[in-house]
Design a protein around this ligand. Structure first.
Ligand code: NIG
Ligand code: FE
Length: 363
């Protein structure tokens, strides 16, 4: 591979490589595209160890736990939140992630949502307005008024800092009609929709995502045949993003990637890194689960965690090793990407480049 001005300029057999100013021999180790993690919630404070601990003793996950993190996040300073984002982004980077989407959703006031997106925007261009994460306690008696806020003044305050709009369409969060209103309002202001869909129950989220031309329907854990067919028919528009860290950490059944792939859907794989339902920043961990538990081949899982994530962010400049792509690369201490699943839990990422610059590890 030849890299020039941060982009991949040539790919082929080493014996026919053109000359270059500097050379690096990977010594038989695999180089893969940097992971594109298209779904995370990193602007938060506090932790939910107790909730996780209770779940591992038999309690079940509910959307309501989000409110615990909302209280801690509102109470945190900008500097604390910024340091948290930097910390988890650094973790992700060292594990091979070179593009990471980041949502708001733990502020749930006009000021706190705008602040979350402003802070996220210092670390990534892929910022998502998730004012509709859950109805905050202050609006418990009047959810309609909260939807008015999310589609009105909160949207106004967040638009300058966001690229995407998202909603948690789920029992205990927002129903189909509310989700439609929120996504449509965001789209009118230039934010492209993505949807937390069918995570805990077989709700209307997937159908809504497809109908509105959302970039992704995320989770897709509980799907009807009609949902699978809808995602397959929208394979060029709406990516099914699977987040197995959430099923791991909520002790739920994993989404069926095989069913989606066989139907022809485009599938992405991401971490959903957040303190409640999936506190992992590790794409390799998600790949190992996807291969072992969700019916994906190692090739499919790697594609979904790179080019698939890029598709979910409507990007073609990242997530692939092709001429013209940004030189975002991970070097594995392994002869092939199959080892990401074959050697689960082993820190195989030896070095990471973004735009041709070494940003983690040592080459
Ligand atoms: O993607 N599902 C909604 N949001 C997060 C969970 C957030 C939380 O529990 O704090 C998710 O799983
Ligand atoms: Fe999420």
């Amino acid at each position: 591979m030849v890299i020039e001005d941060g982009r991949i300029a040539w790919v082929g057999a080493s014996r026919s490589a053109p000359s270059a100013d500097a050379r690096f021999d990977a010594g038989g180790r695999a180089v893969i595209p940097g992971f594109v993690d298209s779904h995370s919630h990193l602007v938060f404070a506090g932790d939910r160890t107790a909730e996780f601990n209770a779940r591992m003793s038999g309690a079940s996950y509910t959307a309501g736990g989000i409110r615990t993190t909302v209280a801690a996040t509102r109470a945190a300073s900008d500097a604390e939140l910024d340091a948290n984002v930097a910390r988890y982004l650094g973790e992700a980077l060292r594990q091979g992630t070179t593009v990471l989407e980041c949502k708001s959703g733990y502020g749930l006031t006009v000021e706190d949502e705008a602040r979350a997106l402003r802070i996220a925007g210092r670390h990534t261009d892929e910022t998502t307005y998730l004012g509709a994460h859950v109805v905050p306690p202050d609006y418990a008696d009047d959810p309609a008024a909260y939807v008015e806020l999310v589609t009105g003044p909160m949207l106004d305050a967040c638009v300058p800092y966001a690229r995407w709009v998202d909603v948690f369409c789920e029992r205990g969060a927002f129903d189909g009609d509310q989700a439609r209103a929120i996504l449509t309002a965001g789209a009118k202001r230039g934010l492209t929709p993505r949807v937390h869909a069918n995570q805990l129950t077989e709700g209307p989220g997937v159908q809504l995502a497809v109908e509105l031309g959302a970039a992704s329907a995320d989770h897709c854990t509980h799907l009807s045949d009609a949902d699978v067919a809808a995602l397959a028919s929208a394979a060029d528009t709406t990516v099914a993003t699977l987040l197995p860290g959430a099923e791991f950490s909520t002790r739920a059944r994993y989404p069926d990637a095989r069913r989606l792939l066989d139907a022809g859907a485009t599938v992405a794989l991401s971490t959903d890194c957040n303190p409640g339902s999936s506190f992992t920043s590790s794409v390799p961990f998600c790949i190992a689960i996807a291969v072992r538990e969700m019916g994906m081949t190692p090739d499919e899982a790697l594609w979904s965690a790179t080019a698939g994530g890029a598709a979910a962010l409507r990007r073609t400049d990242v997530g692939r090793v092709t001429v013209g792509a940004r030189a975002d690369l991970a070097l594995l201490d392994a002869p092939s990407h199959v080892h990401l699943a074959y050697r689960p839990g082993v820190p195989l990422v030896a070095a990471v480049w973004r735009g041709g610059e070494l940003v983690a590890g040592a080459a």
